[in-house]
Design a protein around this ligand. Structure first.
Ligand code: NDP
Length: 472
């Protein structure tokens, strides 16, 4: 069986890809387990692993144009963003973990009389890495870099919608000289290839980024096999703009926060909460700017919003718009397909004002260029709305009042809180969601905890007293 991969900007088939069935998945996992047991990579010195990770990073940089081209072609992401952010991030992920493993430390306990107790960390085995379609390179490279940095083998399954750039990156990693079997790639549908991978008896770890419903299913399958999971799932994040905010910066960041990456990002600030005293002015400006966003070919440097990834995602945006209006929202911008772009999964960016946080558009992750704006009066009300969701990935706060900022960062129920900034990433710190936005986290120590297992070794400082059985 094979499947077609499309260019979302033209709807043309750009590749036909063979699907990995259970046998192909088995071969990839077996190869990972075999090389792991042999110790070629799993017991390689830290210096050897650092050298390899850095070599991979340099090769990714050397192929940056090619990788960015493939990522944009296959996802509809703006070419300039794919080059500037996604490919750069992929290289950075390998450099980051090269640095990290050079500084990581174990534990030593010496309180027990007569003993020194060491806690060592060692790689776990074979990791299944399941990557989504909205930022395949940036997110897939994080998983690969973390898994191999700590000595594991891994098998990556990209999304069937957007495998091209990850496929090329995996080839580049092989060209760097990583031992065969340490990293394999399997292509195919989630329900076939993904499921076979997650359920494989020799897979020890499952790292998933994607939708909450899929995450639940994968976590259940992994749970049956008692495999550890990390899940980076959906979000419906609040961007709270207090009247004390720097209005112009908050406006710029709110637009970026929801329409960046063609609106398809788990950390989108898709619920914009605006304090009533500044709401009229904000809503008017936000609607005008949304209408002025330049939609078009993701390869054109002037484009600000490319197509969404698939026809299904476009329909999802349009259906949610119609439903929001039915439920009482005020349409401010968007709601249709843009004129002059008959081919490609283009959709106008949407802005609606929601009368309440209960609307489907405020509760469900739409994963497209769709902003809902909600007015609030008091900070208490803002926290109640922000936390009134089953998700808890990130939050954004715009304010120049120090006490208000201190309170907001305490009250918001999300894994990350960004104050007066759009998305910023600190790889040393954990990135992970509360509630239905995830299990576990990614980041330096968070990845070390997930991709290694601890071993306690006790050594007596002097011979221990032994009772001598059978000598009576
Ligand atoms: P999924 O969450 O289903 O896809 C993510 C990855 O999981 C893909 O590689 C997919 O493969 C794979 N997968 C799907 N089912 C299984 C399974 N049973 N076992 C193993 N792997 C599986 O994304 P969807 O395309 O269904 O998107 C649904 C919604 O998820 C979006 O609308 C959005 O709300 C959210 N989403 C969130 C993301 C995030 O970054 N947090 C990223 C992507 C989506 P394949 O694509 O080949 O089927």
């Amino acid at each position: 069986m094979s499947f077609s991969v499309l260019n979302p900007a033209t709807e043309e088939v750009v590749a036909e890809i063979a699907e990995a069935d259970a046998c192909a998945v088995d071969a990839a996992v077996e190869a990972g387990a075999k090389v792991f047991a042999a110790g070629t990579w799993s017991r390689a010195s830290v210096e050897q692993r650092q050298d390899m990770l850095r070599k991979i990073a340099r090769l990714i940089e050397a192929h940056a144009d090619e990788l960015a081209d493939l990522e944009s072609l296959n996802t509809g992401l703006l070419l300039r963003e794919a080059r500037r952010r996604h490919v750069a991030r992929a290289a950075r992920n390998f450099d980051f973990f090269a640095d990290y493993i050079g500084q990581s430390v174990g534990e030593l306990y010496q309180q027990h009389p007569g003993f020194l107790t060491m806690v060592l960390r060692e790689p776990v085995g074979v990791a299944a890495l399941i990557a989504p379609w909205n930022a395949p390179l940036a997110l897939g490279s994080m998983k690969i870099a973390a898994a191999i940095a700590f000595g594991n083998s891994c098998v990556i399954k990209p999304s069937e919608q957007a495998p091209l750039a990850i496929m090329r990156m995996v080839e580049i990693i092989a060209e760097a000289g990583l031992a065969p079997g340490v990293l394999s790639l399997v292509n195919g549908r989630g329900a076939v290839t993904g499921e076979a991978l997650v359920r494989h008896r020799l897979v020890d770890l499952v790292s998933f980024t994607g939708g909450t419903a899929t995450g639940r299913r994968i976590a259940s399958a992994a749970g049956e096999g008692l495999k550890a999971v990390t899940m980076e799932l959906g979000g419906k994040s609040a961007n709270i703009i207090f009247e004390s905010a720097d209005f112009d910066r908050a406006l710029d960041a709110a637009l970026l926060g929801v329409f960046d990456n063609n609106g398809q990002q788990c950390l989108a600030g898709s619920r914009i909460l605006v304090q009533r005293s500044i709401a009229d002015r904000f809503i008017e400006a936000f609607a005008a700017r949304t209408k002025a966003i330049r939609i078009g070919d993701p390869r054109d440097p002037a484009t600000e919003l490319g197509p969404v990834a698939s026809a299904a995602q476009r329909e999802r945006v349009l259906e949610h718009y119609a439903r929001a209006i039915d439920e009482g929202a005020i349409g401010l911008a968007g709601g249709g397909r843009p004129a002059g772009l008959p081919r490609g999964f283009y959709v106008e960016p949407v802005a609606v004002e929601a009368p309440s946080n209960d609307l489907a558009a405020c509760q469900e992750e739409i994963f497209g260029p769709f902003a809902t704006i909600i007015r609030f009066d008091t900070a208490e009300e803002a926290y109640a709305i922000a936390n009134g969701t089953r998700f808890g990935l990130v939050s954004y706060v715009w304010s120049r009042d120090a006490a208000q900022i201190a309170e907001a960062q305490e009250r918001l129920e999300s894994g990350v809180v960004w104050i007066n900034t759009p998305v910023a990433r600190e790889l040393r710190a954990p990135f992970g969601g509360f509630k239905e936005s995830g299990v576990g986290a990614e980041g330096g120590r968070a990845c070390e905890a997930f991709y290694t297992r601890q071993k306690t070794v006790m050594t007596p400082r002097r011979p221990v007293a032994l009772e001598r059985l059978g000598t009576a």
